[in-house]
Design a protein around this ligand. Structure first.
Ligand SMILES: *Cc1c(COP(=O)(O)O)cnc(C)c1O
Length: 403
């Protein structure tokens, strides 16, 4: 179905941070399937995990469980809460980010029964495309053609704590079920929450009995140079200040489809009980084995530190490129804001670059997003920075943004 427009290339093969198209041209993949291929392409650890699991047991229904399913859930609790998950915490495994958020939406609807009909999200938020996740997504062009959507969602100005406080206090008693936040808004152009916002949002939601749901679908699993982007934002050395729910997907399976909703604490985790939610494929052992391989490899290859160093180097180098107005992000989730609205033209020029093209994403008219594999080397990042000025010139020449 023509929901994505015309594909830019037919890709046939990948290895590490590179992909090849059907004409044999090579590209440095700085998008990684939109923050998905955490270990790059054809990583031996991922291949082995998936092959071994499929050779043993490829699928069981959720009437049963598998070692991969259980081990992954335990491992997810560890990486979401390095200080230790509260007793009674639970994980729901799904197949995508939108499903993880859909599950979270259903869970928060159960909080407070009918007495808490309101759900808060931010302007610029992207939480997915199913009807519930879409109701939490701000962009009118995505949402409005599909109304009516599940009700009760209100969008607050990005990063505005006064607006949050007013929204929590304005209701009929404490009537907000939850606040959904992306620690770094990805689709809105890589916008990290301002300093101090998340900590204050945690205090305010707790004071009003509202759940705090963090959507780490794009920013989690090492992409920001931490296991979770919010770990750098809840300034709490002891790791005792926690969100109530965290959703994950994208990089988690390294390319296999998997999503997860992590509910912290007995009370929150008990909001969904037997029969209240379900999925046929969620927790599939092959996808779970892939996710375990991703997490093990990030640990074994010390990729969190690598992402931090490589990302800082890349951001610093991009700041020096004439025509780049600002650089945002954390780790290897980076946006370069350009001085002119020529991101599309620059991305097209980068794809055409010789001898190696570059896959990037024009996430906004003036912004290029990079979300490369976490294994990207410093040299590979540098090759992009070196190629960028020529692409900017080509983009300026082609673009309507020429002044
Ligand atoms: C991509 C994304 C989603 C949706 O995930 P899908 O796997 O595409 O359904 C949800 N939230 C955030 C923050 C995302 O970046």
């Amino acid at each position: 179905m023509n929901t994505f427009g015309t594909p830019q290339r037919v890709l046939v093969r990948g290895e590490g941070a590179y992909v090849w198209d059907a004409d044999g041209r090579r590209y440095l993949d700085l998008l990684a399937g939109i923050a998905v291929n955490a270990l790059g392409h054809a990583h031996p650890a991922l291949l082995r995990a998936v092959t071994d699991q499929l050779a043993g047991l490829g699928h069981v229904s959720n009437f049963f469980t598998t070692p991969a399913h259980v081990t992954l859930a335990e491992r997810l609790l560890q990486i979401v809460t390095p200080g230790g998950a509260p007793a009674g915490s639970r994980v729901f495994l799904a197949n995508s980010g939108t499903e993880a958020n859909e599950a979270a939406f259903k869970l928060v609807r159960r909080h407070g029964g009918g007495a808490r009909p309101r759900v808060l999200a931010l302007e610029g938020a992207f939480h997915g495309r199913t009807m519930g996740a879409l109701a939490l997504t701000h962009k009118a062009a995505y949402r409005e053609p599909f109304e009516p959507l599940p009700g009760g969602v209100e969008f607050l100005p990005f990063g505005d704590l006064d607006a949050l406080e007013r929204a929590l206090e304005s209701g009929d008693g404490d009537d907000v079920a939850a606040l959904f936040l992306e620690p770094i808004q990805g689709e809105a152009g890589v916008r990290p929450l301002p300093d101090g916002y998340l900590g204050a949002a945690r205090r305010l939601t707790a004071a009003h009995g509202a759940l705090l749901v963090l959507d780490e679908v794009q920013s989690g699993v090492g992409r920001a140079g931490r296991w979770m982007a919010h770990h750098a934002m809840l300034d709490d050395a002891a790791g005792t200040v926690l969100p109530d729910v965290v959703t994950l997907a994208k990089g988690l399976g390294g390319g296999m489809p998997i999503g997860a909703m992590v509910a912290l604490g007995e009370q929150t985790a008990a909001l969904l009980g037997p029969g209240q939610h379900g999925t046929t494929f969620g927790g599939n052992p092959v996808a779970a084995a892939a996710a375990l391989a991703v997490l093990e490899t990030i640990e074994r290859e010390d990729l969190l530190a690598h992402v931090d160093v490589t990302g800082k180097g890349l951001a610093a180098a991009l700041r020096e490129v004439p025509g780049v107005r600002a650089v945002r992000g954390a780790g290897l989730l980076v946006a370069a804001e350009l001085e002119a609205p020529i991101a599309k033209e620059v991305a097209a020029a980068l794809l055409e670059a010789e001898p190696t093209g570059f896959v990037v994403n024009p996430v906004a008219p003036d912004t290029i997003r990079l979300a490369p594999p976490l294994i990207l080397t410093g040299e590979q990042a540098e090759s992009f920075v070196t190629a960028l000025p020529a692409a900017l010139a080509a983009g300026r020449a082609a673009g309507t943004g020429t002044t």
